[in-house]
Design a binder for this molecule. Structure first.
Ligand code: AHR
Length: 329
C-alpha cells in the first residue's frame, strides 16, 4: 500500500478510536501524540491500551492510535506515518527488541522525540530515543525465582526441603520470541536460580503471551512429561490456559504443580486466592498518565529520565490477600 493511502487509513482508524473529549481537541493546537500499540493479545494489553486512551483524553492530548496486530512491519509503517504527519511525539510499544534503527533515525532527522513504552529495545545508538517508561522485567523474573527459593530451600541451612533428593523440575512458558519481557523474565529467573543446584528447567517454550497457546502447550507438555513440579509462566493469559489444561486432566493446579505467573490480572489474583496459583508477580499496565506527562515534557523540549519503571508488587500464597484492590484488568 502506498504511503499516503496507508496514512489515511491509520488516521481514519485513529479518529474512530479517539475518546470523545480527545476528539474535541483535534482542531486545537494541543500536543499530537502518535502511539503504536502492538495489539490485543491479553487482558493486560487491553488495560494498557485503555490507560493510554483515557489518559490522553483526560490530558487533552490528541492521540493518533495505531494497533499493529502483532506485526513489527505494521509498527514501522505507523511510525513512518506519524513522521509524515509531523506529530509532536511518537510513543510505541516495541513488539520485539531488535530492528528499530532505521525508523528511529528517520524520527530523529525529523526532530520528533520518541518515547519507548512497556517493552525495551536493543539498540547501539541510545540518542535515537528520548527515554523508556515501563516495568522492570528483569526484576519480575528475579522475584519469580526468589519465591521458588523461599518455597523449596531452608533459609537457615540452604538445604532443599525436598527429601527425595531429586531436582525441582520446572517448565517455563515464555512470552513472544525476541520480546524484552520474554528475554528479561527468562534471564532474571535464571540469574537467581544459578546460585542453587537443586532446580532444573526441563522444558521452555514460547506461548506468545496467548491464553490459547498456553492451553495448547500445556496439553502437549502433559502428554510428554510425567514429573513437573513447577510452572513458571511469563504472563497470566498463558497461565490461565495452562490451568484449564491441568484441570481437564484432573491435575490440581497450585497443589500438584506449583504455579508462578506474571501480570496480576484479576483472574490470576482470584486463582491465587483459590490456591490454584502460588505466586503472582505484578506487571503494571496503567502507564497512560505517565506517558502523557512525559510527552508533555518532551513537547516542551524538556529532558526526561532515560528509564522510568512503574511501581509493582509480588503476591504469594503466604500473604494476606484480602486487601488487594480490584485490578481493573
Ligand atoms: O509487555 C508486557 C507483556 O505483554 C505482559 O506481561 C503480557 O501480558 C503482554 O501481552
Amino acid at each position: 500500500m502506498e504511503k499516503s493511502r496507508f496514512f489515511c487509513l491509520i488516521l481514519t482508524i485513529s479518529l474512530c478510536l479517539l475518546p470523545s473529549c480527545a476528539r474535541k481537541n483535534v482542531e486545537t493546537k494541543g500536543i499530537i501524540l502518535g502511539f503504536s500499540q502492538i495489539g490485543a493479545e491479553s487482558a493486560w494489553r487491553n488495560c494498557n491500551t485503555r490507560s493510554v486512551q483515557e489518559a490522553a483524553a483526560g490530558a487533552g492530548i490528541q492521540l493518533l492510535f495505531f494497533n499493529a496486530e502483532q506485526k513489527q512491519e505494521n509498527q514501522i509503517k505507523a511510525i513512518r506515518s506519524f513522521i509524515a504527519y509531523q506529530v509532536d511525539i511518537i510513543a510505541f510499544v516495541p513488539i520485539v527488541s531488535d530492528g528499530w534503527e532505521n525508523v528511529l533515525e528517520e524520527a530523529k532527522e525529523a526532530n520528533i522525540p520518541v518515547l519507548i513504552c512497556d517493552r525495551e529495545i536493543n539498540i547501539q545508538d541510545e540518542s535515537l530515543y528520548a527515554g523508556y517508561l515501563g516495568t522492570n522485567m528483569l526484576a519480575q523474573g528475579r522475584s519469580s525465582a526468589e519465591y521458588l527459593i523461599k518455597k523449596f530451600v531452608n533459609p537457615e541451612t540452604g538445604q532443599f526441603l525436598e527429601e527425595s533428593g531429586k531436582p525441582v523440575r520446572i517448565v517455563e512458558l515464555r512470552g513472544t520470541e525476541g520480546s524484552s519481557p520474554a528475554i528479561m523474565r527468562a534471564k532474571g529467573f535464571r540469574d537467581i536460580l544459578a546460585g542453587y543446584s537443586g532446580f532444573e528447567i526441563i522444558y521452555s517454550e514460547s506461548g506468545d503471551f496467548l491464553r490459547s497457546k498456553g492451553y495448547e502447550l500445556m496439553c502437549n507438555i502433559l502428554e510428554e512429561l510425567d514429573e513437573i513440579d513447577v510452572i513458571y509462566s511469563h504472563n497470566d493469559g498463558m497461565t490461565l490456559g495452562a490451568i484449564d489444561a491441568m484441570k481437564e486432566r484432573g491435575i490440581k493446579p497450585g497443589e500438584d504443580i506449583i504455579i508462578i505467573s506474571i501480570d496480576a490480572e484479576q483472574a490470576a489474583i482470584d486463582a491465587l486466592k483459590r490456591g490454584e496459583i502460588n505466586c503472582v508477580v505484578e506487571c503494571n499496565p496503567k502507564q497512560g498518565p505517565d506517558i502523557m506527562r512525559l510527552s508533555a515534557l518532551l513537547a516542551g523540549n524538556e529532558s526526561i529520565p532515560r528509564v522510568i519503571f512503574m511501581e509493582e508488587e509480588v503476591f504469594t500464597e503466604w500473604d494476606d490477600l484480602s486487601g488487594i484492590a480490584p485490578r481493573g484488568y
